[in-house]
Design a protein around this ligand. Sequence first.
Ligand code: 5GP
Ligand code: MN
Length: 349
Amino acid sequence: MITPIIDEKAIERLRAMINGVQRIAITCHKSPDGDALGSTLALCHVLRRLGKDAVVVTPDMAPRSLEFIPGVHDIVVFTKHELRARHVLQEAQLICCLDFNAMKRIDRLAEIIEPLKTPRVLIDHHLGPEDVFDLAISFPEASSTCELVFRVFMQLGLLKFMDRYTASCLYVGLLTDTGGFAYSCENPEFYEIVASVMRRRFDRITLYNKAMNTFSADSLRLQGYAINEKMELYPECGVALITLDKEELERFNYNRGDTETLVNKPLAIPGIYWSVFMREDADKIKLSCRSQGDFSVSDICEHYFNGGGHKNAAGGEFDGTIDEAVQVFHQVLADLFPDVTEQKTEEQQ
Ligand code: 5GP
Ligand code: MN
């Protein structure tokens, strides 16, 4: 039995909002991942089956590694088709905001959406959503936005429109946001949702391999290099740090998505419960953090790196060089583990 966790009033408001309009835009955070793409495309498929003119608009391109998700090529990408993206958002009568909690996460789409009077619905599982939505379906305890989109379909009575394309979109988010059913999926109902999605009989094994275990040779070599040469361990603190600068990324013909799962790898080492990955982007340092247990990386990312996310998976950004970002990271360690850091300093003297 899957509990209807979304408030009935919220469901009825959403039903009325959808029934009352024809043109619906759906958007998600920049650098979209499997959950962002899976949830927006699943919602889009079902709304289209309801006869709506639904369009997914993303701030930037999906990584090549996720191009297999059904419907990905119909997405209007702002960085590629700016005018069309503007048009879709400005003409929409309802804007669905999926898998993000703060307008800055949608980059330049925020400038377009913020002045519009169009009603906005949030469906998301990040902590602390901004108070800028007309209706917020926000459950930080949910595994993924795909789980929430499934629950929305269920409570709206729309599961009959969940065909195997929609089901495979949802499966991608359920799978990738839990690291292949490894974390954030403690609620037994999660598996009932997986079971219900799987009844639509898509090719699960192929999808699993594409979503979880497909890397280019360059990407595998880059990850091998990063682990072999760039992984710093701080065993006294249970922490691992990997950094990759522009030159290193170029050397391995880096494409977006190539380092997607790298940050998880150091957590395989017994005693390491916090892993940090810093990557030099065009104009900033991008951070990814993962943790095990009670240690909240979303707090760290929020306080020190202008970001956020979930307790065990979060990210942020740093304006400056990678060396400066590492210095801040060392300061964080000094703040969190003063005893260890003091001991180190004494040893060095
Ligand atoms: P990833 O490390 O896979 O990029 O992101 C892990 C989680 O942290 C995702 O849920 C993502 O939405 C969130 N996240 C990543 N980068 C940022 C960021 O710069 N700001 C905020 N607020 N959240 C982020
Ligand atoms: Mn997500």
